[in-house]
Design a protein around this ligand. Structure first.
Ligand SMILES: Nc1ncnc2c1ncn2[C@@H]1O[C@H](COP(=O)(O)OP(=O)(O)OP(=O)(O)O)[C@@H](O)[C@H]1O
Ligand SMILES: Nc1ccn([C@H]2C[C@H](O)[C@@H](COP(=O)(O)O)O2)c(=O)n1
Ligand SMILES: [Mg+2]
Length: 239
């Protein structure tokens, strides 16, 4: 597994232009977005006196993040925050940034971090829970750094669903939920962005000893049996 991540991440330099394009794109689109100052201290004062327990859930498009998050919620009482779902909700609600978010998602690109972090933080602050699964985030080093800066929080656990590309493509094309990005052209773009921007984040947390790599091939139940021990090790999460 480690060899696979290393070899995929070696692709990153050859994908440098895609990274630079994404950065320029983000800057142009959301130039006017105001910078947030940190409001949530490490003492977790927005979480009814409890320090938040944060799990980032990473993996390529269709690797099964959402499916496994549902099982973690049922078994361990977490609150599931899918960055993609929060962004799609902005599109449906036709908010200030809805149209730009829609264009970005159609293109398989990443929405500027300030927007996504603000949505995640709002959900965390209004929740009664202190255990969060943040699914599909951080998608890039820029996402990660913005989250640290704006929330002053760090993940306790990072799950990475490792899935072969052909399996991810098959699953996404069979998903049938009417998502604008579930078509072969956008999937190809999302896979490129995943390799160039998301794998560096995976490597970052691996080096810090926070990464749990899950083999995402098999039935959803089989995969969950790899996930379960990660949370079962924390007695307080038994519901
Ligand atoms: N282990 C599995 N085997 C076969 N199909 C699966 C498995 N896990 C999930 N699926 C199906 O694959 C599709 C994608 O799964 P899911 O939505 O959980 O992926 P995701 O990682 O959240 O994708 P995205 O990043 O695009 O949101 C869904 O239709 C889901 O029902
Ligand atoms: N951190 C994120 C998460 C998601 N997006 C956008 C771009 C993705 O292709 C799309 C769908 O996300 P998913 O439901 O597949 O997790 O949402 C983003 O820009 N930044
Ligand atoms: Mg999902």
């Amino acid at each position: 597994m480690w060899r696979r991540v290393a070899s995929l991440s070696s692709l990153i330099s050859s994908k440098r232009s895609s990274t630079l394009n994404q950065a320029a794109y983000s800057f142009k689109f959301f130039e006017s977005f105001t910078t947030e100052t940190p409001t949530q201290g490490k003492d977790g004062r927005f979480f009814k006196g409890k320090t938040p327990f944060i799990t980032f859930v990473l993996g390529g498009p269709g690797s099964g993040k959402g499916t496994q998050c549902e099982k973690i919620v049922e078994n361990f009482g977490f609150t599931h925050l899918s960055a993609g779902d929060l962004l799609r909700r902005e599109i449906i609600s036709n908010t200030e940034y809805g149209a730009k978010i829609l264009d970005t998602i159609k293109e398989g690109k990443i929405v500027p971090s300030e927007v996504t972090v603000k949505l995640i933080r709002k959900e965390m602050e209004s929740s009664d829970n202190y255990k969060f699964l943040i699914d599909g985030f951080p998608r890039s080093e820029e996402n990660r750094i913005a989250f640290e800066r704006i929330t002053e929080a760090d993940p306790d656990i990072v799950l990475f669903f490792d899935c072969p590309e052909e399996e991810m493509v098959k699953r996404v094309l069979n998903r049938n939920q009417g998502r604008v990005d579930d078509n072969i052209d956008t999937i190809r773009k999302r896979l490129k962005i995943f390799e160039s921007l998301n794998l560096p984040v995976v490597n970052y947390y691996s080096k810090r000893g926070k990464l749990y790599t899950i083999n995402a091939v098999g039935t959803a139940d089989e995969i969950f049996e790899q996930v379960r021990p990660v949370f079962a090790a924390h007695e307080e999460f038994s519901t």
